[in-house]
Design a protein around this ligand. Structure first.
Ligand code: NCD
Length: 320
């Protein structure tokens, strides 16, 4: 496939399902494409003609504000046609399988499907059944993966700290057990050679099967020492058994990030959160709205990152 950066041509899959196993060079190539797109759309003209003639379908089976809007705008800003499939009023409510729904839309010559689903592996199962007929982007499946969030977080860090991740110390705090964002961030950060990666999670919300290079910390105040980047996560109560749902106030006292705690990290440490944020639960407003917060930069960076992913999966080049 044609590429925009200086990277050697790599075999690019038709699908983006996970960042697990994605080589560093491929992640960097996506981030380079995203940076080129950001530069090309920085002025008043936000739209590029790259995906004219293509059709992108948003299929969201779980609630979403920023991810769905971000994919829709990303497709529109590449001049693609967009269909926002309305799950509630569709034939999936009449018992049609997800695969049959996709086959139906593929028969209408839709090219790329953005799929969010509560079940781990749902987008991969669709990709397996449909092969290279269409392109599929996982926009979050259960607690498994959210690859475009991992990429946009890596983009945000590269924009702020430069391409050498080896000096960065990153701390992920909160409900890691249920977080597809944490999993994709961990895959991206390890692939990019992050200096140190720590997790601080309540005992009931500690993840299984995390890479052995990731260290675990019990106490948030101590875990913050020397940290350059704090990534916070929402308590994903919708994925928890009732017994595991912590009390908001008690959680905030132990794991919430306020300004006093943030001062324990490196001066100017960056605060990230994929959203939606729950103020005064995992993050104090003074931090969310403060000068060290990158939350809205993450949202902004989602656009060029998702545009880059769509271009790569559809084999389109910035130069064509
Ligand atoms: C996250 C998600 O849906 O996985 N949000 C997002 O996509 N930006 C995180 C969450 O819901 O807490």
């Amino acid at each position: 496939m044609r590429e925009t950066g200086d990277h050697p041509q790599t075999t690019v899959s038709r699908h983006l399902l996970t960042l697990e196993g994605m080589p560093r060079a491929e992640i960097e190539a996506i981030l380079d494409t995203a940076a080129a797109i950001a530069a090309a759309t920085a002025g008043r003209m936000k739209t590029l003609p790259i995906l004219r003639g293509h059709t992108v379908v948003n299929l969201f089976f779980e609630p979403s504000t920023r991810t769905r809007t971000s994919f829709e705008l990303a497709a529109r800003r590449l001049s693609a046609e967009v269909v926002n499939f309305d799950v509630a009023t569709s034939s999936t409510s009449k018992g049609e399988t997800l695969l049959d729904t996709l086959r139906t839309l593929a028969a209408m010559r839709c090219d790329l499907f953005v799929v969010r689903h509560r079940e781990n592996g749902a987008p991969a199962a669709l990709a397996g059944a449909l092969g290279d007929e269409v392109a599929i982007v996982n926009a979050g499946d259960g607690s498994h993966a959210h690859p475009t969030q991992g990429l946009l977080d890596a983009y945000t860090l590269r924009e702020r700290f430069g391409p050498d991740f080896s000096k960065l110390k990153v701390l992920i705090v909160g409900d890691v057990a249920h977080s597809r964002v944490a999993r994709s961030d961990i895959h991206a950060l390890l692939a990019l050679g992050v200096g140190e990666l720590r997790i601080c999670a309540p005992p009931a919300l500690r993840p299984d099967g995390i890479d052995s290079r990731v260290t675990h910390a019990e106490d948030l105040d101590r875990a913050l020492a020397d940290i350059d980047v704090v990534m916070l996560l929402r308590l994903q109560k919708e994925r928890m058994q009732a017994a595991h749902v912590p009390d908001d106030a008690a959680y905030f006292a132990t794991y919430g990030l306020n300004a006093a705690r943030l001062a324990l990290a490196r001066p100017g440490a960056l605060v990230m959160h994929p959203g939606p944020i729950n103020r005064e639960v995992e993050i104090a407003s003074e931090v969310a709205d403060g000068p060290q917060s990158a939350i809205l930069a993450q949202v902004a960076n989602g656009l060029p990152t998702r545009m880059a992913v769509m271009c790569r999966l559809l084999g389109a080049s910035l130069r064509s």
